[in-house]
Design a protein around this ligand. Structure first.
Ligand SMILES: [Fe+2]
Length: 159
C-alpha cells in the first residue's frame, strides 16, 4: 500500500507578491538602518535606544509585511501547480513565522542589553542582528526568484 501524500498545494500570486514588496519602502529603510547601526555597535544609551526603536519598528513592519504576503501573495490552490514551485512556496511561507519569532527575540534582547549595558551583550546583539538580516535577505531573494519563475512559466500570475 502506498503512503498517502498530502496534496495540498501552495502557490503564489506573483503580481500581488511583487507589489507588496514594491510598496513596503519603510521596511527596507528600517532594515538598512539596522544593518548600518549593527556594524558600529557601542554600549551607549543613544545606540541602544535607537537600536531598540528600530527593532520595534522592524517587528511591527514585518508582522504587517508577512500578513499581507500571506493574505494576498500566497494561496492554497487545488489546481495543478508544478510540485517544485508548490514546495518552495510552502517553505517560504513557513519561514515567515520563524522570522517573526526571531524579530521578537531581538526586541527582548535589546531591552535586556539596555538594562545591563554591557559591551559583550551589545556586540552579541549586533552580531545576532546581522545574522537575522542575512536570513531576511535570503528569504526575500528566494521569494523574488519564485516570482520571476512564476512570471516566466506563467504560473500563479494574477490578472
Ligand atoms: Fe515573505
Amino acid at each position: 500500500m502506498s503512503a498517502m501524500i498530502s496534496t495540498r498545494t501552495v502557490t503564489i500570486n506573483a503580481a500581488f507578491l511583487q507589489e507588496i514588496k514594491d510598496v513596503h519602502q519603510l521596511l527596507w529603510e528600517t532594515l538598512a538602518s539596522l544593518r548600518e547601526l549593527s556594524e558600529q555597535p557601542d554600549a551607549s544609551n543613544g545606540f541602544l535606544r535607537e537600536f531598540a526603536r528600530l527593532l520595534n519598528n522592524l517587528r511591527d513592519q514585518l508582522a504587517l509585511h508577512f500578513s499581507l504576503e500571506e493574505a494576498y501573495g500566497y494561496f492554497d490552490d487545488p489546481v495543478d501547480v508544478a510540485p517544485h514551485v508548490s514546495q518552495r512556496a510552502e517553505t517560504l511561507r513557513g519561514q515567515h513565522q520563524e522570522l517573526y519569532v526571531c524579530a521578537c527575540e531581538l526586541v527582548e534582547r535589546v531591552e535586556r542589553a539596555y538594562d545591563g549595558r554591557k559591551w559583550a551583550d551589545v556586540t552579541l546583539l549586533a552580531g545576532a542582528y546581522r545574522e537575522f538580516h542575512r536570513q531576511i535577505v535570503e528569504h526575500e531573494e528566494a521569494e523574488s526568484e519564485l516570482i520571476q519563475e512564476a512570471y516566466a512559466s506563467d504560473l500563479g500570475v494574477g490578472d
